[in-house]
Design a protein around this ligand. Structure first.
Ligand SMILES: Cc1ncc(COP(=O)(O)O)c(C=O)c1O
Length: 398
C-alpha cells in the first residue's frame, strides 16, 4: 500500500502535510518557507506576458499570490473539504468580501438573529449603502426562514455555535431551504473548525473563518479565509479579491499553518477541558445557567451531538449576581486571562455586558438572551483542575 494522495488522506494527515512538499523544491524544507517578497522576477518578457495572460502558473505580485500564502490556502481547502481557499488579512475581511462579492444592489440576504458583532455592524450599517437588504430571522424556525426568502434573496448566512450563547443551528435544514429556492449559503465556521464540524460536507456553498481563533490558536496572529468550490472561489478571487486587496502577509500564513498542524489535538484537549469546566459550573450555586452544547441541559444537545464531533472550548455562564458579579469575576481571575477572542492555548475570559456586547442597551441584551452577569470563557490547554481552582477563588469574591 502506497502513501495516500492528498485527496485520500485522512484529516489529521492533511493538517500536517498538505502544502509542504511542493513549497520548497530547492532545499526540501519540512516547513513551508516564508517568502516575504512583494514581487517576482520574470525570466523573460514572454514569460511575464504568459503569466499576465493566465497561461503560465508563475507568480506575478504578492497581492495576487505568494508561495507561503498558497501553501496555507491548499491546507485550508483540504481541512474544510473544499476545492479552493483564499486567505485574507482578517476574519472580517473574509466576511465582508464574501458579502461584497456575492451580493449586489437590489439583492437581499437572510441571516440568523445572532451573528458575530462585526458581521452585524456591516450588515446593519454598511450593507444598505450598497443597496443590499438584510432580513433577520430566528433560524430555529425553519418556516420563518422559508417565508423570509423571496425573488431578491441571493444568500442565506449563519453561524453555529453562535456567540456568546452557543446556540446550535441545524445546518442541513437551512441548506435544504436554500437548495429548494436555489439560493447560496455562506457559513462562518470560526466556532467549530474541522474536525468539530464540516459545513461544506453538509451542503453549505461557502465557509468563512476567522483564523485568529482556533486555527491560529496561539493568540499571535489575525487572519481569515474563504473556502468553497473552484468555481465560486475562483470567481471571487478573479473579480473581487485581487482588487479589494485583503491579502494575508506571508509571515501570518506561516503562523496559521503552524497552528493548523496541531489544531486537531488542541481541539480534543480543549473540548475535554471545557466539558469538565461546564460540569463544574453546572453544580455551582452562584451560577443561574450554563451554556455549553456538550451538556445534556443544552436545548440543542441532540442536534449538537449529530452535527458536531466535539463541542469546542467556549463555555458561557450567567452569574446570579448580575453585572456586578460579572465584573467581579472578570477582575478576580488570576490564571485565566481577561481578554476577548477564543480558541487559544491559554484560557480567556470576558464579560459581554461590559465588553463585546456593551454597544447594545440592557434591553437589547435581554432580548438577545445575554444577561448582565453573563461570562464567556474560552477554555485553554491548561490543566482543567487549575482552571476550575481559578474560577472557584474568583467566585468566592462575589
Ligand atoms: C464568529 C466570528 N467570526 C468572525 C470574527 C472576526 O474575525 P477577525 O477578528 O479575525 O477579523 C470573529 C472575531 O471574534 C468571530 O468570533
Amino acid at each position: 500500500m502506497g502513501v495516500p494522495s492528498t485527496l485520500r488522506m485522512k484529516l489529521s494527515t492533511k493538517n500536517v502535510h498538505v502544502g509542504v512538499k511542493e513549497s520548497d523544491p530547492n532545499f526540501g524544507s519540512v516547513v513551508p518557507p516564508i517568502y516575504p517578497t512583494s514581487t517576482y522576477i520574470f525570466p523573460s518578457a514572454r514569460e511575464g506576458a504568459l503569466r499576465f495572460a493566465g497561461k503560465s502558473q508563475g507568480m506575478i505580485y504578492s497581492r495576487f499570490t505568494n508561495p507561503t500564502v498558497s501553501a496555507l490556502e491548499k491546507r485550508l481547502a483540504a481541512l474544510e473539504g473544499g476545492e479552493r481557499a483564499v486567505a485574507t488579512s482578517s476574519g472580517m475581511a473574509a466576511i465582508t468580501l464574501t458579502f461584497l462579492h456575492f451580493l449586489k444592489s437590489g439583492d437581499s440576504i437572510v441571516v440568523h438573529k445572532v451573528l458575530y458583532g462585526g458581521t452585524c455592524e456591516f450588515l446593519f450599517h454598511m450593507a444598505k449603502r450598497y443597496g443590499i437588504k438584510v432580513r433577520v430571522v430566528n433560524f430555529q424556525d425553519i418556516r420563518a426562514v422559508e417565508q423570509a426568502v423571496d425573488e431578491s434573496t441571493k444568500m442565506i448566512y449563519f453561524e453555529s455555535p453562535t456567540n456568546p450563547l452557543l446556540e446550535i443551528i441545524d445546518i442541513k435544514k437551512i441548506v435544504a431551504v436554500a437548495k429548494k429556492h436555489k439560493i447560496m449559503t455562506a457559513f462562518d465556521n470560526t466556532f467549530a473548525p474541522p474536525p468539530l464540524q464540516s459545513p461544506l460536507k453538509l451542503g453549505v456553498d461557502v465557509v468563512v473563518h476567522s483564523l485568529t481563533k482556533y486555527i491560529g490558536g496561539h493568540s499571535d496572529m489575525i487572519g481569515g479565509a474563504i473556502i468553497g468550490s473552484n468555481t465560486l472561489i475562483g470567481e471571487l478571487y478573479a473579480r473581487s479579491y485581487l482588487f479589494f486587496g485583503p491579502t494575508m502577509s506571508p509571515f501570518t500564513a506561516y503562523l496559521a499553518m503552524r497552528g493548523l498542524t496541531t489544531l486537531e489535538v488542541r481541539l480534543e484537549k480543549q473540548s475535554a477541558n471545557a466539558m469538565k469546566v461546564a460540569l463544574y459550573l453546572e453544580k455551582n450555586k452562584k451560577i443561574a445557567k450554563v451554556y455549553y452544547p456538550g451538556l445534556k441541559s443544552h436545548p440543542q444537545f441532540n442536534l449538537a451531538k449529530k452535527q458536531m464531533s466535539g463541542f469546542g472550548s467556549v463555555v458561557a455562564f450567567e452569574l446570579k449576581g448580575g453585572y456586578k458579579a460579572g465584573e467581579k469575576v472578570a477582575n478576580s481571575v488570576k490564571l485565566i486571562d481577561l481578554a476577548v477572542s477564543l480558541g487559544a492555548v491559554e484560557s480567556l475570559i470576558e464579560h459581554p455586558a461590559s465588553m463585546t456586547h456593551s454597544e447594545l442597551t440592557p434591553k437589547e441584551r435581554m432580548e438577545a438572551g445575554i444577561g448582565e452577569g453573563l461570562i464567556r470563557l474560552s477554555v485553554g490547554l491548561e490543566d482543567a483542575e487549575d482552571i476550575i481552582a481559578d474560577l472557584k477563588q474568583a467566585f468566592a469574591r462575589i
